[in-house]
Design a protein around this ligand. Sequence first.
Ligand code: PRP
Length: 217
Amino acid sequence: MNDMINVALPKGRLGEKVYSLFESAGYDCPAVMDPGRRLLFENEEAGVRYFWVKPSDVPIYVERGVADVGVAGKDVLLESRPDVYELCDLMLGKCRMAVAAKEGFVDDTSRPLRVATKFPVIAREYYASRSREIDIIKLNGSIEIAPLLGLSDVIVDIVETGKTLAENGLVPFETVVGISARLISNKVSYKFKSAAIREMEEKVRRAAEKKAEETKK
Ligand code: PRP
């Protein structure tokens, strides 16, 4: 059966929600949620093969065609700009990319703004659109600590509940962009496995809409 669809799922909290969406859309593969360290799962009957990968690697697998489709956060897509199709918004993993700083921060426009972030592409584009000169400090985690230690003036980072900022005495003061999980597809797969991928897209989109409706209630 050559229309087996290979799906790259983002490992972690978001991935579990994403898998349960695929499951409710008819693409179940119970072993996916088994505790353990396996990363590759298949349900031939449902025509699907899943693999767990690091969230920021999902676009790489999809762009290279190893995965036909995958699920990635809009933050990851904006940062890595993969050459893939973005099929639909799954309305999961909702959060925002924001600029935050210490309470009372005032921008000194006589010098470049020091911006600590895991998302240099997004941050650069944001400040370029505002014609503000910046000095990017690329970090890989614990971004919130940078302004506290004087490494940066501000941070550009993901804010979900706002707890991490609050507990570190930081305040969000500008939203850069809203974020949620997106279903993406490899461009060649979308052509050659067209029927199977479109069917999956439709079913998963409907399951996402249903889920979003339920959460509203
Ligand atoms: C993200 C982000 C913040 C935190 C925000 O980190 O970088 O630190 O979540 O969430 P909150 O607003 O609900 O407190 P993540 O958990 O993805 O870890 P990472 O920094 O290791 O990527």
